[in-house]
Every structure is written in C-alpha cells, then in structure tokens.
Design a protein around this ligand. Structure first.
Ligand SMILES: *Cc1c(COP(=O)(O)O)cnc(C)c1O
Length: 493
C-alpha cells in the first residue's frame, strides 16, 4: 500500500511506503500522509476477526494498512504492546451503561489515557520501520501535548534504541497530575519542557516550525539526527486506533447486543480529530457505523464547523477541565478534507487557515461531511452536571473528556431517538482528573489535585489506578521551561 501527502497536488504524486510514512511523520510539503486507498472488510473478514483476541484483531487490521510488515511481525509487536502487563484489564474494555448505550473504555493502559492504545504500539512500529528503510541516524521525536499524549509518548518511547524524545507541554494547560506524570518520567532518552505562557496550539505550532526549519534540520543531519513526530499527525499513531472500533463492534456482536450488519452510532470526545478520524476510516472500510458524533468542550471550533461549514480558529481559547480537547487547530481534520475533497481543495483550505485562521468548505464538501458527522459541545457546567448525572443514575464514573462525549451522545439520542445503539469513547481514567470529578459529583469546592485522588477513591469506593499511585511517589526530574518562540533553543544546549 502506498501513502501520499494530503497536500500533494502534482499530477504525478510522490508515494512512500508505510514504513517511510511512519518514520517521517509529516510529509515534506507540510501535509499529512494518508493511504492511497482504504482497504475494505467484508462479512467474512468480520467473522474471521471476531474469532480472534485483541492482539490478533490488531495484527489483522494493521496488516491491511502496513503491508511492508508481515502479519507475523505485527503479531509480535502487538503482543508486546497489548500485553497483560500493559493492559491488566484487557486492551478493549466495552461496558454497558444502560440499554443501547455502551462505553468503549480505552484508558486501561500504563498512563490511564486512550493515547496508550496507539502509543504502546507506535514506537515498536517506528523502530521496526527504521530498520526496514535502512535508516541509521538517531530519531529525535518532538511531541507537543495537551496533556495525555506527552506522557503516553514518553512511556512508549522510553528506552527504545536509536530514539530520543522531547515533549513540550503548555505550562498552564495541563492538569497537575498530567504535569506530574510527565515531569517524573523515567528513562535516559527522554526530555520534558514546559512552554511558558502558551497554549497547546502554540506548542504544536512551535513543533511544526522546528520541523520546517531547514537550518535546524541540516545541522541535526550533520550530527546524525533526524526529526520525527509522535503526534496524531503521524500515520503510525492513527492506524492502531482504527482497530478498537472494529474490535468493539465484534465484541458487541459476540455479546448478542447487535448482529453483524446492524448500524452502530459512535460518539468521540474530540480534540485533534485523530480518534474520530480513525472511526471514519473504520466506517470507510465497511464497518456498519451510522453517525459519527463529534463531541467538543467549550473550545467548540469543530461543533461550529460541522454546523456551518466554516472553520475558524479566530476565537477565544478556554482552559477547561478536559484539557486534552483544548485545541483550536484540529490537525487531523486535514485528512478528512483530503478523503472527501482531494488534495487541491485541501491545500487551498490549509493555506487559508495558515493565512487568515479560517476557511469555508465548498457546499459539496460540506454536504459530504454532514452525511457522516454531527457535532455537539458541552461547556464546563454541562460537563460537571453530566459527570454527576451518570454517577448517580448509572453508577458510571466518568472523567471530564468522556463526560463531554456522554453529553453529546445524550443530546443526539434526545433529538433522533434510541433505535440505533450508541458506542461512546471513554478516553481517560476519572482519577487522572480527580479534583474536577470529585467537585462535579459532590458540588464541593475543588480539592487540591493530589489529595483529590484519595478523596475520589473514598467517595466512590473505586481504587486509584496503579500507574497513578506510582506517579504520586515518584521524583520530579524535569523543570525546564521555554517561551513559545524559543522552543528551538533545546537544540543549542
Ligand atoms: C487526546 C484526547 C482526546 C482527544 O482525542 P483526539 O484524537 O485528539 O481527537 C480526548 N480525550 C482524552 C482523554 C485525550 O487524551
């Protein structure tokens, strides 16, 4: 299978192999790599997949996208990534909330956020891909994080030979626990830097600026180093996320909740548009998904885009209790635009976005997007109310990101009725955001975030996940900070 950049408007396009796409991250023209065609699954494939465990399902689906890896090889890598040690409760945990509403809990991995589903596998794919393309230089992975990616990437790349990783996080844009998870990270090949006074978009723009800086890239090349990314702009991040939608569908079929061919709606709490795009790709592969419900927080740039066809990042930026969705530039939307409208249109929109901060899609493109997607958002008080409601009504303890999605799912069901079952992505452990969850449920003032862990555990009778317990007693190793416009300075040290 060949990969192409979303911005390649040439008549004779430049194609790369799956391994090259994974090693490079971003395409040289600034676009994102996408598969030339999306492979399809028929009913027989689904029956075959249903009989496998998660590791088998992952290797099967990934082999369709990463055809320069053998299925044997993928099986080995997936077995390591989705091991019982990493995912003691299982990699795909689908729970029933009430009749017809299910939560796909994707946060039972080593950092308690759904990013582990991709970031436990991606470093292994990356390392194998480097060998395949004969790359001998050291890879320096740069990550901009709104909280969860950073920790998951650090944990995934820790100790991977031939790789260094630097994570940038907005100093005041992540939760205290997220910050502590990152600044206490173990490993010799890891570095963590706070971005002062900036938000996630500043950190992400800074990383993109470094990638595009030919002087830095030349200097690094001379030193035997090349840059790559672990953000969801990397195809190696996205591909593993397609798997769990297919797997959850098979699981629900296995439980007799749906039969093969039945439509399932899916709600995804969305920031960078990676997770929901993976679901779109699963749908394109033939998974019987109906509506894709895009859930946003107070930063509802996507809700507005889906309601009007106009994307505008020129708006106030809010820090919310769901920081991993505090994003105004949803990078993976570019891939959706490409799949729907092609490279020429996508290129035009992206240059308008870079120039004026906004673009309006053609009515044809808008119509096509609306056939699959619908958007809702929850502001802070609605999010808090949803956490409280689901805890009291269903005994379901939700983190703020998942609550944003539960609210969207509930709104959608309220408007359209309940005939089609709904799968809601649960993306973080409630304990990762314990202070907000505690105060949402009790109505009490927000406790300090470290004591909140114990208080939430006591209130609900649930245990603090092991990885978070370990973080609490770990030593802080990284305290450096830079301004948004001097992120390059990490290379002059
Ligand atoms: C990253 C993240 C999201 C958003 O996912 P995208 O792929 O960026 O849309 C939602 N919830 C949590 C907890 C996350 O860490």
């Amino acid at each position: 299978m060949r990969y192409v950049s979303t911005r390649d408007t040439k008549k004779n396009k430049t194609y790369v192999t799956p391994s090259e796409a994974i090693c490079r991250g971003l395409a040289p023209d600034g676009g994102l790599y996408v598969p030339e065609t999306i492979p399809t699954l028929d009913e027989e494939n689904f029956r075959h997949i249903s009989a496998l465990d998660y590791v088998g399902r992952a290797a099967y689906v990934l082999s369709m996208f990463l055809d320069d890896f053998s299925e044997e090889e993928l099986l080995t890598l997936c077995r390591e990534a989705y091991s019982e040690e990493n995912f003691p409760d299982g990699a795909e945990v689908t729970t029933t909330i009430k009749d017809g509403v299910f939560v796909l809990e994707l946060w039972h991995g080593p950092t308690c956020a759904f990013k582990d589903m991709a970031l436990q596998l991606m470093p292994r794919l990356f390392s194998a891909a480097l060998k395949k393309i004969g790359e001998t230089k050291t890879a320096h992975i740069l990550v901009a994080t709104s909280g969860d990616t950073g920790k998951a990437a650090l944990e995934g790349y820790r100790g991977v030979p031939g790789v260094k990783i630097t994570v940038f996080y907005p100093e005041n844009g992540v939760s205290d626990i997220q910050k502590l998870q990152m600044t206490t990270q173990a490993g010799e090949n890891v570095d963590v830097v706070a971005v002062r006074g900036g938000n996630f978009d500043d950190a992400q723009s800074g990383v993109k600026r470094i990638f595009a800086d030919s002087a830095i890239n030349r200097r690094l090349a001379d030193a035997g180093v090349f840059l790559s990314s672990a953000n969801s702009i990397n195809w190696g991040r996205l591909a593993p996320q397609i798997v769990y939608y297919i797997s959850a569908y098979c699981t629900l079929c296995g439980r007799g909740v749906i039969k093969y061919g039945d439509t399932l709606n899916v709600t995804v709490p969305t920031g960078n548009f990676g997770n929901i795009l993976a679901c779109f790709i699963a749908k394109k592969m033939g998974l019987p998904i109906g509506s894709l419900i895009c859930a946003s927080n107070q930063n509802h740039v996507l809700t507005d885009f889906l309601a009007t066809g106009k994307y505008s990042k020129n708006r106030e930026f809010y820090l919310t209790m769901s920081p991993s969705m505090d994003i105004l530039i949803s990078s993976n939307l570019e891939r959706l635009l490409y799949f729907i409208a092609g490279a020429d249109e996508t290129c035009g929109y992206m240059s308008q976005l870079a120039g004026t901060g906004e673009y309006t899609v053609s009515s044809e493109t808008y119509g096509a997007i609306r056939r699959d997607f619908v958007g809702y958002f929850a502001n802070e008080s609605v999010t808090a109310e949803t956490i409280r409601q689901f805890y009291h009504e269903y005994g379901f303890l939700s983190d703020p990101h998942t609550a944003v999605a539960l609210h969207a799912a509930q709104s959608f069901i309220g408007e359209r009725g309940v005939e089609v079952p709904m799968l809601v992505c649960g993306t973080a452990s409630p304990f990762k955001f314990a202070a907000d969850v505690y105060s949402s449920i009790t109505g009490c003032e927000k406790p300090d975030s470290i004591s909140a862990l114990g208080m939430l555990s006591e209130l609900t009778g649930r245990e603090i996940p092991m990885p978070l317990q370990r973080t609490l007693s770990a030593k802080v190793r990284f305290e450096r900070s830079v301004c948004p416009d001097e992120m390059e300075s990490i290379f002059s040290l």
